[in-house]
Design a protein around this ligand. Structure first.
Ligand code: ADP
Length: 249
């Protein structure tokens, strides 16, 4: 669905330039979750910013379904690390915001709104403001906004890392059930090995400065949290950690 072809990104120019990613090629298949994992600073968020159209590649091209991406046409749901909620808007207004900006909102979609709000357990919180919510609740509002947009592509940057371990697990579960229902093509940045293994059918390991894809791993254990207790899960986790720590593999 989405392919990076020979993409490089430099921030700044001349001697001050930071080479964030170099000559990177990667495809995200439709309906899949792909996780980007790697050490801090290896260019994971930059890859997401390129996919979101927020950063223009210095070289290379981003394709959607075989044609260069037009970020104005592709419907992208972006869930940043801080959830991207507007403090002065209520939960209801924050959820509607993305669909409204993209011209995707009309009263005929009220059923979709009600269903997503109910799935995310937000029905009783619609008139609150973000400052009146816990981190997990804010996260659920961000997810509701992203899913209401019915995005072609969902981008999530360390979505659960600010949450405590218990809330993170329940959010991973909620995300998986929503993702199964809506089958949204998703690119997820995480530095948690277990999170990548639980959520992502493909895991791209990034290494180096500038960042590159060192390896892409198919993960048959994704999509079912009960797999966490399987010996294969631990084995894959160890393998993944070694690849991240070992750099070029
Ligand atoms: P990661 O998400 O893997 O931690 P990033 O994509 O955020 O990595 O950053 C990759 C590299 O680009 C890092 O060296 C970082 O310092 C640099 N970088 C990121 N954003 C900017 C920016 N806006 N200006 C200059 N350098 C940046």
């Amino acid at each position: 669905m989405l392919c990076f072809s020979g993409v490089s990104v430099d921030y700044g120019t001349g001697t001050d330039a930071v080479h964030a990613i170099a000559d990177t090629s990667l495809c995200v298949e439709r309906g899949m979750v792909l996780a980007l994992i790697g050490a801090s600073g290896c260019g994971k968020s930059t890859m997401l910013r390129v996919a979101a159209g927020l950063v223009r590649p210095t070289a290379g091209t981003l394709y959607a379904d075989g044609v260069p991406v037009n970020p104005h046409i592709l419907r992208i749901g972006f869930l940043p690390q801080n959830y991207g909620l507007l403090a002065w808007k209520t939960v209801r207004e924050n959820i509607l915001l993305g669909a409204q900006i993209k011209g995707m909102w009309n009263p005929g979609r009220m059923n979709a709104f009600d269903e997503i709000v109910s799935d995310l357990g937000l029905s009783g919180l619609l008139t609150r403001y973000p400052s009146e919510l816990s981190g997990g609740q804010q996260q659920r509002v961000g997810l509701a906004r992203a899913f209401l947009l019915a995005p072609d592509l969902l981008l999530m940057d360390e979505p659960f890392s600010a949450l405590d371990a218990i809330t993170r697990e329940s959010m991973q579960e909620i995300f998986l059930s929503l993702w199964k229902k809506h089958a949204v093509t998703t690119m997820l940045v995480t530095h948690y090995v277990e999170e990548a293994l639980m959520l992502a059918g493909r895991i791209a390991v990034m290494t180096g400065t500038p960042g590159r894809i060192a390896e892409i791993i198919d993960n048959p254990l994704a999509g079912d949290l009960t797999h966490r207790c399987m010996p294969e899960f631990f084995a894959m986790g160890q393998e993944l950690r070694a690849k991240i720590a070992g750099g070029i593999v």
